[in-house]
Structure formats: C-alpha cells, structure tokens
Design a protein around this ligand. Structure first.
Ligand code: GRF
Length: 197
C-alpha cells in the first residue's frame, strides 16, 4: 500500500524538492501535501510546479498559542490523510501533544551529527569547536527537540577557512541525498539506519 507523505516547510524547501522528486516509480510513497507555516515560503511554488497540493497555516495569528496553531495544522493535514510527516526546513517547535500524536510517523532532518549540536547555528558551533567534520541527521521526531531515534546520517569534512555558509552548502548537498534514501527505507517499514558516505 503506497504511503501518503505530507512535507512541512518554512522556507525554500530544497529538501522538500529532493523528497518529492524521489517519490516515483516503485518508490513505496507519494507526496500528498506540502504545508508551510509561512505564506511566502519559496517551497510552495516549487511544490505546486510539481503538481503537489499545498497549504498554508500561518503561525503568526496564533501568537504564542502553540496548541491553537497545532490544531489548525492538524486540520490542514487531515484533508490529505498522510501516513508520514516529513519536516523539511520546518522552523516551528512542536509540542509533545503534536509529536505524540505522530509518534513513529514523523521525520526531521537536522543539520548536525546528532546528538551533537541540537538547536540552531549548528555549523558555526562545529567550526568554533574545531571539529574535523560536520553533517546532517534524519531522525524520528519525539517530544525532545532534535532527539529522536536516528534513521540516517551523512558526514562532510570541515575544511580550513570554512564559514558557516560554505559548510552549510556542503552539508545541504548531503541532506538532499540522505533524506530521500531514509524516507524510501522508512516508507517500506525498514528503520535500519543509513550512513553516508
Ligand atoms: C537545511 O539546512 C535543513 O537541514 C534545515 O533547514 C535548512 C533549509 O532547508 N532543517 P530547506 O532548503 O528549506 O529544505
């Protein structure tokens, strides 16, 4: 049975594009919705250009009322009847109520080699720590931020003179390889982690 995948974005959606473009042929999943919390997110046009239905649930009118925002999110998602949620550059922190409702069915990609550097500014922190390498992690989303079971990682070297921007660009290339590979395996019911290279 083909799994129905909804992808949540906040920005350009380059990871969303990689995921959507990967779900073809004998892939066990298909994209059914791209939802953004920001009306102007560049990823919305990219999704529409690929024939994927889109939706916007603007978080701003809800202020700090996360429960109300997430109720609206659930309503927006329900129409697409997704089996799996992929967070892809989605920049809102979700409450345990939401993450528990999707436990075991929600993935996220984070731009560090978790458990190192949960949260923001991951590349700058790795450079400042003098790390030899950086990378990205796809994990199941749980109530703890950037903390769920790891489903895949990709590593890249940190080079002399790297800035957060040059490192982010190198890691992003690996994100676009890792996330589709993990989703394909996950949609087939296989949680064996993938490590690149
Ligand atoms: C990426 O670095 C991703 O790791 C993080 O958000 C950034 C932008 O992602 N979650 P995208 O280009 O919007 O997919």
């Amino acid at each position: 049975m083909t799994k129905r995948v909804a992808i949540l974005i906040s920005g350009g959606g380059s990871n969303m594009v990689s995921l959507v473009d990967s779900m073809t042929g004998d892939h066990p999943a298909r994209p059914v919705l791209v939802l953004s919390n920001r009306p102007g997110a560049g990823g919305l046009d990219k999704a529409a250009a690929r024939g994927v239905p889109t939706a916007v649930v603007d978080h701003r009118p809800f202020g700090g009322d996360r429960a109300a925002f997430e109720a609206a999110l659930q309503t927006g998602l329900a129409m697409a009847r997704p089996d799996i949620l992929c967070l892809a550059g989605f920049m809102r922190v979700l409450t345990p109520d939401f993450t528990n409702a999707w436990a075991g069915r929600m993935l996220n990609i984070h731009p560090s080699l978790l458990p190192k550097y949960r949260g923001l500014h991951t590349h700058q922190r790795a450079i400042e720590a003098g790390d030899a390498e950086a990378g990205c992690t796809v994990h199941e989303v749980t109530a703890e931020l950037d903390d769920g079971p790891i489903l895949g990682q990709a590593r890249v070297p940190i080079r002399p003179g790297d800035t957060a921007e040059t490192l982010a660009a190198r890691v992003l290339v690996q994100e676009h390889a890792l996330y589709p590979a993990v989703l394909r395996r996950f949609a087939a019911g296989d949680r064996t982690p993938i490590f690149l290279p």
